[in-house]
Design a binder for this molecule. Sequence first.
Ligand code: BTN
Length: 326
Amino acid sequence: MASDLLELLNASKDYVSGQTIAGKLGISRNAVWKALQRLRSEGYDIEAVPRKGYRLISSEAAFGQKSIAAALHTQWLGKELLFFSEIDSTNEEIRRRSRKGAKEGLMAVADRQTDGRGRRGRGWTSPAGTSLMFSFLLRPVFPPETAPMLTLVMAIAVSRGISGECGVKTGIKWPNDIVLNGKKLVGILTEMSVEPDYIQEVIIGTGINVSVKDFPAELNTTATSLFLETGKHFSRAGILAAVSEEFERCYAVFCEDRNLKRLAGEYEQLCVNKGKRVRVLDPKGEYEAQAGGIDEYGQLLVTLDSGEKRSVYAGEVSVRGIYGYI
Ligand code: BTN
C-alpha cells in the first residue's frame, strides 16, 4: 500500500488530498495515514498542508543508512548495517570486513557499485538510484557441502519478499534467478570460503532491478525491472526489509534441518521450471529433459525422453527453457 501511495505522490507535482488518495487507492483515510507514516519512517520527505493535502518533497533521503535501519525489523540480519553511496562491490566489502572478524548478519547496501560482480565471472552494473544491491555475511556452523544450498534459501526469501512487498508474482528460475513475467529481475551471487571441515564465511549478494528503465542491448530481451513490469516505483528500503525478514525465517528452518526438505515445497511453488521442458547446459554434454521439482539438496530433478531420471547439481550446470531464457 505504501508503494501505491508513493507512486501516486510521485506522479503528482501538486498536493493530493487525503480524500483523493483514499478514493484512488480504494482504502480508508486511516490506511492512507498509516501508509504515509511508513513512507516517512523510510525517509521520504512528505509535506502535509491542511486543506491542501500531501506532497512528496524529496525522496533522496529515502535510501540511506537511516531509512534502511528504520525499515528493517529483523532479529539479527542487518543489525550491523553499512550503507555506501558508492562502493566497488558490496560482496567485496563484506569479504574485507569478514577477514577482520565481522560477525554473522553484517549487511552492506550500496546505491551504486563501480565493480559489481555477477555469476560466472560476469559483471553487474546499474545506474545509481535504480537498483537495490546488498550483501550479507553468514557464518553457518554446518558442513561445507551444505553451504551451496543457501543460495536457494535466499532465492525463496527474495522471491517472497518482493512479491509480498510489491504485489507482483515473481518466480525462481532454478537455481536462484528471480524472474518476473519471464524475464530476470534479480541476480544472486553466493560466494563462500570453506576449509575441508568447516565454513569460514558465506557471502550472499543480491541485485534487484527496481527502477531500471533500460538495459544494454544484450540484456534487453532477458532482463527486466519492477518499474518496467508495473510502471510503479517501489521503496528499496521496504523491499530490503521484506526480503531480510523472509530470509531470517527460511534460514532458521534451514539451520535446523541442514537440508531443504522442509523448504522444498515452498521453493517448488515458486520454481518456474517445474513441469516444463528444459535444456540442461551440462559441460559434459547438453540435453533436453522434463523438469520436476528439487530434492532436499537443491538439485533439479529431470526426466529424459528415454525415461532416465537425473539429479542436476547447480554448481556445474544451468538450465534454459527450450525456446529461450525460461
Ligand atoms: C548474477 O549474475 O545473476 C548475480 C548478480 C549479483 C549482483 C549482486 S549486486 C550486490 C552484490 N555485489 C556484487 O558485486 N554482486 C552482488
